[in-house]
Design a protein. Structure first.
Length: 134
């Protein structure tokens, strides 16, 4: 977060609107990191809503990266700066999509996750099948 802000701050005098964009991105990043830590601690402590919290985090991660990809293109920035920021955001978006594609199916289909985080059949979300309890 600080590295991105430091990099962008060298252009604040030339492009004043870039400072607002950097602040928005920085605050959003801090919120996303806080949600990631909360989801991770919830999973570690085996909280009842840990999987749901993690799914919220995955949605927020996707939303953040899509917005980070689009925002430089619609913000009032010189084309070269906008495309450079969009290029960096594209790489982050693709990495996030790979991460989400790996984690989401595991959280929704894994028997281990179901047994660990859902104590009874009634606790299973409708989209998840309950493992056999023989």
């Amino acid at each position: 977060i600080l590295r991105d802000y430091h990099y962008l701050s060298s252009y604040f005098d030339q492009i004043p609107s870039l400072s607002i964009l950097a602040i928005i991105k920085g605050l959003s990043s801090i919120g996303l990191v806080a949600l990631a830590v909360y989801a991770g601690v919830s999973l570690y402590r085996m909280k009842a809503a840990a999987v749901t919290t993690t799914m919220v985090y995955l949605g927020a991660l996707l939303g953040y990266n899509v917005i980070a990809w689009v925002l430089p293109l619609v913000w009032t920035l010189p084309h070269q700066v906008a495309y450079e920021l969009a290029y960096q955001a594209t790489i982050q978006l693709l990495a996030s999509l790979v991460f989400i594609a790996a984690v989401h199916p595991y959280l929704t289909k894994s028997k281990r996750v179901k047994i660990t985080y859902y104590k009874s059949r009634a606790a299973f979300p409708l989209h998840m099948s309950c493992p056999s309890w023989n």
